[in-house]
Design a protein around this ligand. Structure first.
Ligand SMILES: Nc1ncnc2c1ncn2[C@@H]1O[C@H](COP(=O)(O)OP(=O)(O)OP(=O)(O)O)[C@@H](O)[C@H]1O
Length: 273
């Protein structure tokens, strides 16, 4: 057996999730595993004291042995506490006697956009997509207003719950020092991960593309660029080019909001929100 497999099996044993029914902190009963990511395992649990559902994120044991793993987890907890926004799950105070490899937060009932598009086959018109996008940008504006950049605004991290939207997973989030950060230049930039508001705008551009592609039926086997494949209104097309940094990028969420408000076919959307 090679080293890779030994390591994989070892991680599988050490990082196996808590079983259903397990009582954590003598308070939270594990109900199901919601997801197993690279550094955490997320559960839905029932809070015995309140009867409410909570989401519990556990730092993988193999990650808790590294300083980097513990620091990343602590940073996520601190940033969530600092945010304190209705559209971001609130962190629950934890038992001081327990080690801090668990993060208990509000459970958001609903579906993330990855499941909505790929499992449920939901299709969004340009108008629907813009309405959702506008709501997300307004949440992002509040997050940036608290001096934090999310850096992972992907479809699995945006949840639709009834008529409301929530942003989760602040594992890669960072504090912004100063209002608008200077962007590094050069060929090998990772536009999603820079500590700059523009990395969230870049991710939002992809989020909007996922919504707009939901109803796309390929006409040929050949893959083309989004500009060739999607038939968008000139306003939305132009905004996407700026989000994706093909044209000069927006410098703030406020600027994106005013831009949407000025768009002819978004008047109705922005009036009601
Ligand atoms: N507060 C919450 N309420 C409801 N569902 C949640 C909540 N937090 C996370 N989830 C769900 O749990 C699953 C795992 O999410 P999470 O973002 O914590 O981890 P990940 O992105 O898979 O992993 P990692 O961040 O460790 O790489 C996802 O399906 C997500 O929708």
């Amino acid at each position: 057996m090679n080293f890779h497999w030994t390591k994989t099996i070892y991680r599988f044993i050490v990082d196996r999730p808590l079983p259903k029914g397990y009582l954590l902190f003598e308070r939270y009963t594990i109900a199901e595993v919601l997801g197993m990511g690279s550094y955490g395992i997320t559960y839905r649990a029932i809070d015995y004291m309140t009867g409410n559902h909570v989401a519990v994120k556990q730092l993988r044991r193999t990650k808790s042995w590294t300083e980097e793993g513990r620091k990343t987890f602590d940073k996520e907890r601190q940033l969530l506490q600092q945010l304190s926004l209705p559209e971001v799950p609130a962190v629950h105070p934890q038992s001081p006697n327990e080690h801090s490899t668990f993060l208990v937060m509000d459970y958001v009932p609903g579906k993330n956009f990855e499941d909505l598009i790929f499992s449920e086959g939901k299709v969004y018109s340009e108008q629907d997509a813009m309405s959702i996008f506008y709501q997300v940008v307004k949440i992002v504006q509040k997050i940036h207003g608290k001096g934090i950049v999310h850096r992972d605004l992907r479809i699995p991290n945006i949840i639709s719950s009834g008529s409301r939207l929530y942003i989760i997973d602040f594992g890669l989030a960072c504090k912004l020092s100063g209002k608008v950060q200077v962007k590094p230049t050069g060929k090998h930039r990772n536009l999603m991960r820079e500590v700059s508001v523009t990395s969230d705008f870049y991710a939002l551009g992809h989020f909007l593309l996922f919504l707009l592609y939901s109803g796309y039926e390929p006409q040929s086997k050949k893959e083309n660029s989004w500009e060739e494949e999607l038939s968008l209104s000139p306003d939305v097309h132009g905004m996407l080019r700026r989000l994706l940094q093909i044209d000069e990028c927006f410098t703030s969420a406020e600027e994106i909001i005013s831009h949407i408000q000025s768009m002819q076919n978004c008047r109705e959307i922005t009036k009601t929100m």
